[in-house]
Design a protein around this ligand. Structure first.
Ligand SMILES: [Ca+2]
Length: 440
């Protein structure tokens, strides 16, 4: 795919469309629009924080890209050997992280492994391995793709063949993956529609999605035309803002997909590696929302995870033993509060370590910790910052008397959050007492 040429920093060949085999029991309801995100290195080397970003994003499909097939059948994820001799040989932590993707709360319902890319010989190697060994359970292809499924939890295999275009082996390979347990095969064309439509026809209902590249080498593709050719509504893909090609903002993704809506089954974004460098209004969640809102689906952000919990907290001042950390430790028992007695305005700052989307904030005041409610914070506001120094107001509360403040706000994306207190209590007591600040 030309998209890869442009992202030359990613060394290997890549995306294959995944082929999901297994009949017609998709995890995602058939009429639910697809919102998918492709990612390379960050999807395994980026740690749990990347998984958490995806889970909170609103994307319902995660594409692990790109799986390469060596001539001996070894499977390589970009530049990391992951399956060899029928066993998973990648890092244990990657497997642990992938296992969390579909665990609630999450927007992710489906995982695909994407095979191949422009300039790679993955499909040629698949063809030659099938010719030499077949697709039985003793073949190295079968054994390694079985190990890959067990490691990633993938529901589907995605094919990104950009050079081999051999219908017979593509079909045999898809049927083999289905026997292994991949429910579906998906296709990721940018050209050669006759090859892709043949594969789809021969694999039948195993192919439940066709992802169409509409950027880079596929920028001239018309989803309506491809949908007619393929006999299924395609899922057009666009490239987020990037230094290689310019790309689309979340706003233009929404408008372009809206124009293609009638002939499309959703949208996908290329490429998380670029997207992770962006922030609001072009965060991961913003792009997911652009797709979901273009199709009229509102995927509510997952709830239940307090992202401020045990993060790094600081304050303008604190009383001995009543530290900023106690406002983010998850407890309102045993005097677990931050208390500041300085004169004037007071603040509590939390560094989340990376950008998050936040749409709800909760403050637990003195009364929530068992103290008199006359010490509940009266006037305060929530602020955000990209650098931890310059602050922008997000939400303001005045004349609060409640023990717990629970506010929903328009989702915003930020790394630093500050609780800024202008009137600490209901009376003349000057101390701020915060048992917890929670962010969702
Ligand atoms: Ca606490």
């Amino acid at each position: 795919m030309r998209r890869k040429i442009l992202s030359a920093f990613i060394s290997l060949c890549m995306v294959f469309s995944m082929v999901t085999l297994f009949g017609v029991s998709p995890v995602i309801a058939a009429d639910e629009p697809v919102s998918a995100i492709f990612g390379g290195g960050p999807f395994y080397q980026g740690g749990q924080s990347v998984m958490n970003d995806l889970k909170a994003s609103g994307f319902n499909t995660v594409m692990i890209w790109a799986v390469h097939v060596n001539a001996n059948g070894d499977l390589v994820l970009n530049d990391s050997l992951v399956c060899s001799g029928g066993a998973y040989v990648g890092k244990a932590e990657w497997k642990t992280q992938w296992a969390t993707l579909k665990q609630a709360p999450t927007s992710v319902k489906r995982i695909e492994v994407s095979i191949g890319a422009w300039g790679c010989k993955d499909f040629e190697n698949i063809r030659d391995l099938i010719k030499a060994q077949g697709t039985g359970s003793d073949s190295i292809l079968y054994k390694n793709f079985k190990a890959l499924k067990e490691a990633t939890g993938a529901d589907a295999v995605n094919y990104d063949d950009e050079s081999c275009y051999d219908v017979a082996s593509a079909v045999s390979f898809g049927q083999m993956c289905n026997q292994i347990g991949y429910k579906n095969v998906t296709l990721c064309p940018y050209t050669n529609s006759s090859f892709w439509s043949s594969v789809k026809t021969k694999l039948g209902s195993l192919v439940d999605r066709v992802y169409l590249q509409c950027y880079a080498g596929g920028s001239g593709n018309d989803p309506a035309s491809w949908s007619r050719t393929m006999g299924i509504k395609v899922i057009p893909g666009l490239w987020c803002l990037n230094s290689s090609s310019g790309g689309d903002s979340a706003s233009t993704v929404k408008s372009r997909l809206t124009n293609w809506k009638d002939s499309s089954a959703g949208g996908f974004m290329w490429l998380y590696d670029d997207m992770m460098k962006l922030s609001s209004p072009n965060s991961t969640a913003d792009y997911a929302n652009a797709i979901n809102s273009a199709f009229g689906t509102v995927t509510p952000p997952p709830t239940g995870t307090n992202i401020a919990l045990n993060k790094t907290a600081a304050a303008n001042q604190y009383v001995t033993g009543e530290t900023p950390a106690k406002a983010v430790d998850g407890s309102v028992s045993n005097n677990s509060k931050w208390c500041s007695t300085s004169t004037g305005d007071k603040w509590l700052k939390v560094d989340l370590g990376q950008n998050y989307n936040i749409s709800r904030w909760v403050v637990k005041h003195a009364g929530a910790g068992g103290e008199t409610s006359s010490w509940n914070t009266k006037n305060f506001k929530l602020q955000k910052s990209t650098d931890g120094t310059n602050w922008v107001d997000v939400d303001t509360v005045t004349n609060n008397t409640a023990n717990i403040t629970d506010r929903t706000v328009t989702a915003f994306n930020t790394r630093y959050v500050r609780l800024y207190i202008t009137t600490p209590t209901q009376n003349t007591d000057n101390a701020a007492r915060i048992y917890e600040l929670e962010l969702y």
